[in-house]
Design a protein around this ligand. Structure first.
Ligand SMILES: C[S@@+](CC[C@H](N)C(=O)[O-])C[C@H]1O[C@@H](n2cnc3c(N)ncnc32)[C@H](O)[C@@H]1O
Length: 211
């Protein structure tokens, strides 16, 4: 996807946007993140951490192995990790190429990333592969509205320009269905809405998939 180089004007614009909306992200997702990220192990893998919106929910001293192909966010991510006392190991490659050893990871985290990866089924296969038995995949994602709904029509309408502007982000991706097909031993999904019912990225899911 276009994010892979990360040096495009759009890459820098999106990095600036992620910084600009950081406070809003904490207001919107803070309570869920505190619940979801309670009880993390000493080392976690995160897909597409961007400028590090999740870092303040991690305990200082933790190690974060970050798979972030967008080089425009690397500087901010690195600085924020230092401020939060997180031991960051930054790998500038896409989640599709997750190169951790099989069954070696306790927790993988993804927030607002499966909308943008090129092949979400492949990414989830990789996540299952690297998780230890009983390892957890923790996620918060915006998703497709129900098929046939007015909002789904809006999502389909804006899909093209949105996908271009936001470096491959899909407004109408049914990530819950992809998770259900991914073969996890258990899957808890909570559905919730962010903002007005006609905002293309209003419908969300959050939850835990166990390997
Ligand atoms: C909307 S931002 C979300 C950033 C952060 N996770 C958050 O919650 O604020 C999407 C992020 O996913 C990254 N991304 C896009 N495609 C990716 C891929 N194939 N693998 C890993 N990260 C990817 C982008 O570079 C960007 O940082």
């Amino acid at each position: 996807m276009s994010v892979s180089g990360g040096n495009t004007v759009r890459g820098w614009m999106n990095a600036m946007l992620l910084s600009a909306i950081d406070a809003a992200m904490h207001r919107i997702y803070g309570t869920r993140k505190r619940e979801l990220f309670a009880d993390l192990p000493a080392t976690v893998v995160e897909l597409g951490p961007g400028v590090g919106a999740n870092l303040s929910y991690y305990k200082p001293g933790m190690k974060l192995v970050a798979f972030e192909p967008g080089s425009a966010v690397h500087g901010q991510l690195t600085r924020r990790a230092a401020r939060c006392g997180i031991d960051l190991e930054l790998r500038g490659i896409a989640a599709e190429a997750l190169d951790c050893e099989t069954a070696s990871v306790d927790v993988v985290i993804s927030t607002l990333v499966l909308c943008s990866v090129r092949d979400p089924s492949h990414v989830l296969r990789q996540v299952r592969r690297v998780l230890r038995p009983e390892g957890r995949f923790l996620f918060i994602e915006h998703v497709a509205a129900p098929a046939g709904s007015a909002l789904r029509a809006v999502q389909n309408l804006v899909h093209g320009p949105w996908h271009w502007c936001f470096e491959g982000c899909n407004t109408n991706r049914d990530t819950a269905a992809t998770l259900e097909r991914a073969g996890f031993a258990s899957l808890e999904i909570e559905r919730f809405r962010v903002g007005s019912p006609l905002v293309p990225v209003a419908p969300h899911i959050a939850g835990v998939a166990v390997r």
